[in-house]
Design a protein around this ligand. Sequence first.
Ligand code: RBF
Length: 169
Amino acid sequence: MKTKQIAFVGIFSALAFAVMFLEIPIFPAAPFLKYDPSEVFALITALFMNVKTGAIVIIVKNVLFYFAKSGDIVGIIMSTIAGVVFVSIAAAIWKKRKIIAAGFVSTIVVTCVMVAANAIVVPFYFKAPFSLFVKFLPWIVLFNIVKFASNFVLACFVHRYLEKVFRYS
Ligand code: RBF
């Protein structure tokens, strides 16, 4: 790892870790789905560095959060899967200068992946029949679309701001 890469991971993992404490359950019908904007900092890292470094930011902030607050390994694993999928796809397409496509494709793919992950995890997590997952399904779809579309738009603004800062520094 180069020095600049280490600095990026340190600063952006710390920022991502800090905002993860927000944990807003945006849909009361599915309170285990909690919104936070931490993926914004991982996506920014992936754009200024590379996809692998962005994924490292996701893993570092989630491991820190597991020990600092959550203690819920299932939630952390779900958050890590979603974060890595979102950042990898969004950054890869963004780098081909297709920013609108990056937002749409990453949000749709991460939503599909998380529907599949929830289909496996929800019955075990709540020790309930598969029908509970079906009940939660509309909220899972809506949550992932709202969360990742919002975080993508936020990342666009932060990225534009940082590009100016880095240009004049
Ligand atoms: N996070 C997501 O971004 N998308 C999901 O679909 C998702 N599903 C989850 C399912 C379960 C059963 C749990 C416990 C967590 C899930 N999470 C998901 C993570 C959650 O929103 C939150 O980020 C973590 O619990 C850490 O606060």
